[in-house]
Write a protein that binds this ligand. Structure first.
Ligand code: VGL
Ligand code: ZN
Length: 215
């Protein structure tokens, strides 16, 4: 199966930030995804094939509700109940204005049209590029895509089992065709998180393809 690209396609590059990549010279790595930086050359190549490239940037205030440090007595990767539902707690990461929150310097996508920042409300986390974790608060991306007449999204970036997962699911629910470029993502890999992501994609007919399948 080979997929030809059309002018209404966009590449959606999720959270390719220093804190999700292994630390270099003391920069980043706060929530490093194993080998997260190894997908950057492929993403740069993919970017050249798309007319439209959109990025997301996880962008938390200090003291964000998703940080274990905001809940004394808890540890990162524990799950707590918040008013909007269960929330995994994370190490402090992608704090606004810090080097860890910067896009990785090896990412070279100069024609990217939009950077969607998410997770900036102190009391709500946001994995998805479309909707925050309360499943109510929109990021504005759906409106942007509608106005720009962009209909199909190819997703890549970090992390497969969190932000890529929920972005693809919410995009699909909003009527955008979402296709995951599996070799251009990496997972955090909490217990069961990859398996449940694969199951959710299958249940919603979200295709996982290899980048070589792009015509
Ligand atoms: C992410 C956990 C916390 C992600 C962001 O980009 O997948 N994961 N914040
Ligand atoms: Zn985050």
């Amino acid at each position: 199966m080979s997929i030809p690209l059309t002018p209404t396609d966009a590449l959606l590059v999720i959270d390719m930030q220093n804190d999700f990549c292994p630390a270099r010279d003391g920069i980043g790595g706060a929530l490093a995804v194993q080998d997260g930086d190894q997908i950057i050359p492929l993403i740069n190549q993919l970017g050249q094939r798309f007319h439209h490239v959109l990025l997301t940037q996880d962008w938390h205030p200090r003291g964000h509700i998703s940080f274990a440090s905001s809940h004394p007595g808890t540890q990162p990767f524990a799950v707590i109940d918040l008013p909007y539902g269960p929330q995994t707690l994370w190490p402090d990461h992608c704090v606004q204005g810090t080097p860890g929150a910067d896009l990785h310097p090896a990412l070279h996508l100069p024609h990217a049209e939009l950077i969607v920042r998410k997770g900036f409300h102190r009391q709500i986390d946001s994995y998805s590029a479309f909707l925050e974790n309360d499943h109510i608060t929109p990021t504005g991306l759906a409106g942007y895509l509608h106005e720009r007449d962009l209909k199909r999204l190819f997703l890549c970036g970090l992390a497969y089992d969190f932000c890529v997962r929920y972005s693809a699911l919410d995009g699909t629910a909003r009527g955008f065709e979402c296709i995951v470029l599996e070799d251009a993502t990496r997972a955090i890999g909490l217990p069961g998180s990859i398996e449940s992501t694969n199951a959710a994609f299958a249940a919603h007919n979200i295709a996982r393809i290899h980048s070589s399948q792009l015509a």
